[in-house]
Design a protein around this ligand. Structure first.
Ligand SMILES: Nc1nc2c(c(=O)[nH]1)N[C@@H](CN(C=O)c1ccc(C(=O)N[C@@H](CCC(=O)O)C(=O)O)cc1)CN2
Length: 293
């Protein structure tokens, strides 16, 4: 069996087409949405992602503001950049590209973001709303990658209602928040969160209808971890040097042999990454729309 490909580039294109129309309406009403990014340092992956976000903004008509700080920026420098964006009326929402250099206190910077401008849904107030509003619709930004995972499944006709989802990884952008979203009444999944401290993750993963692999460990998920026919989302990113070309290439958490067992797999690249970017734009458009109410 070869699994169905859950094409994130295609689904993200659909979302961006929908958002372009909504941005046109906002502009007609005199509202110009603007996304800012804050990048500290010169991590090649982060630079690539930030550049992609600015291209996406241009494609849907969102203004974008880019704040790049050097790798030796101090805590005060980063916090000053945050304060400036909090005060900037041209900025509807912004993201602080993670990871930050080790000498920066990431939690303190995230807490300094104005929750109303938190395009990533990672501010404690927005994560708190996600946890508290388990029944009612959530009117605050949601974390982009978890939202992207769910949209990718839904747009491919894969329901999560009553399904057992095994999440692998407890990082801040995916693992720590996706369970709250998946168990929201409107989605209704049952979630097991596993991580490096979990004995025999494979035995747990084998019981899953859906596996969300977000560990950042290349080829961690092997075919014998997957129930035949299960859906597998490959979220984690590792950069491996190609011995032939010397260039770095992206490897996901899911071993290629999983495609012979699973019912559906998201490729990496080309799966959840583009969805993360599209849902970031959605968060900005929704924030701008809420400002009309
Ligand atoms: N503040 C945040 N920082 C980070 C997040 C996040 O959600 N918020 N997630 C990741 C990085 N990320 C978003 O910023 C991200 C990852 C991957 C992609 C993407 O489009 N990937 C392409 C491949 C590009 C490549 O060649 O590497 C794909 O999957 O097709 C976009 C955004 C960590 N930081």
């Amino acid at each position: 069996m070869t699994a169905r490909r859950l094409d994130g580039t295609f689904a993200a294109g659909q979302i961006k087409d929908e958002l372009r129309e909504r941005v046109t309406k906002l502009r007609e009403a005199g509202i110009v949405p603007g996304l800012a990014t804050v990048l500290v340092g010169n991590d090649p992956g982060s630079q690539l992602y930030v550049a992609g976000k600015h291209r996406d903004c241009e494609a849907v008509g969102i203004e974008s503001i880019r704040v790049d700080l050097p790798a030796d920026a101090t805590q005060d420098d980063v916090e000053a950049a945050i304060d400036a964006l909090n005060a900037d009326p041209a900025c509807t929402g912004y993201i602080l590209q993670l990871p930050l250099p080790k000498h920066i206190d990431q939690d303190a910077v995230i807490e300094r973001i104005d929750p109303a401008k938190d395009a990533d849904g990672l501010h404690p107030m927005n994560l708190g709303r996600l946890v508290l509003n388990a029944k009612t619709p959530i009117h605050s930004p949601l974390p982009c990658t978890p939202r992207g995972c769910i949209e990718l499944l839904q747009r491919n006709g894969i329901s999560l209602d009553g399904k057992h989802v095994v999440v692998i990884g407890r990082g801040v952008t995916v693992g720590r928040s996706i369970g709250s979203l998946l168990t929201h009444r409107s989605i209704n999944a049952t979630v097991t969160l596993t991580h490096t401290g979990t004995p025999d993750i494979g035995a747990i993963a084998r019981t899953a209808d859906v596996i969300i692999a977000a560990a950042g460990s290349a080829s961690l998920v092997q075919p014998d971890w997957v129930k035949p026919g299960a859906a597998v989302l490959d979220v984690g990113v590792s950069r491996i040097e190609d011995p032939d070309t010397g260039k770095s290439k992206v490897r996901g958490d899911v071993d290629p042999a999983v495609w012979d067992v699973a019912g559906a797999v998201s490729p990496n690249p080309g799966g959840v990454g583009p969805m993360t970017r599209a849902l970031l734009l959605a968060n900005v458009v929704e924030t701008a729309e809420r400002s009309q109410l």
